[in-house]
Design a binder for this molecule. Structure first.
Ligand code: NI
Ligand code: MN
Length: 228
């Protein structure tokens, strides 16, 4: 599997069977690399309706090749805006498609569309790949103790966790999240995009050390790709 970080909370995953997944498709974020894969993607996942996560979905998902997966309220919004293929779901559900599983899990955050309308609950995703490896994208969230259950139920090997603080977890809470989730690998996200997102990787690693939590931190620069 290949994972590419596009900055902020936007990740591209290419699975072993070659399925292309884009999460929180804000490919025009201030940190985004010059060259971005514009698709078409097989799946685009959206964690909540805030502009920095809804991102460029209205441009990227105008093809029936691409299936957008999001909470019901976002599904309705996207269908109204002419996106052809959108699957709505809700927290707790697992959607099985193409030997992949997408499980919608809670996130502790608000969610509204750019026009101010309610966006449904904010959520995170567990993506279970063809080889049964699970990846957790936390979306925007504060720390919550049910992350322990997410860890027990899905044993995510890789966790994408926000560390930027202010709107999401900072380094201290993100470190504790690793204790609850027990991933092998954590990839920090949602930091440094704006000056107010002050949490950084160095402080995150310091907090992990303080708490004695062992996890491999892979910090990706926007545009960087890893094979796992
Ligand atoms: Ni948000
Ligand atoms: Mn955000």
């Amino acid at each position: 599997m290949k994972i590419t970080f596009y900055g902020h909370s936007c990740f591209k995953i290419v699975t072993e069977e070659g399925k292309k997944i884009l999460i929180d498709p804000w490919i025009s974020n201030p940190l985004a690399p010059k060259i971005v894969d514009l698709g078409p993607y097989d799946f685009i996942l959206i964690t909540h309706a805030h502009g920095d996560h809804l991102g460029d979905v209205l441009k990227l998902a105008r093809t029936a090749i691409t299936e957008v997966i999001a909470i019901h309220e976002i599904q309705q919004y996207l269908l109204k805006h002419g996106i052809p293929k959108v699957t709505g779901m809700n927290i707790g559900g697992t959607y099985k498609v193409n030997n992949l599983k997408f499980t919608m899990v809670p996130a502790l955050h608000s969610s509204s569309f750019p026009d101010g309308n309610y966006g449904g609950n904010a959520c995170g995703f567990i993506i279970t790949l063809e080889n049964d490896i699970s990846i957790y994208h936390a979306g925007d969230t504060g720390l919550f103790y049910d992350m322990k259950l997410i860890g027990e139920l899905y044993s995510p090997k890789i966790a994408f966790l926000p560390i930027g603080d202010h709107y999401v977890m900072g380094p201290k809470q993100a470190a504790k999240a690793c204790e609850l989730l027990k991933p092998e690998i954590v990839i920090p996200m949602h930091y440094a995009t704006f000056p107010i997102l002050t949490g950084d990787v160095e402080s995150f690693e310091k907090e992990l050390k303080n708490y004695g939590i062992s996890v491999t931190v892979i910090s990706l620069n926007p545009g960087e790709e890893i094979s796992l």
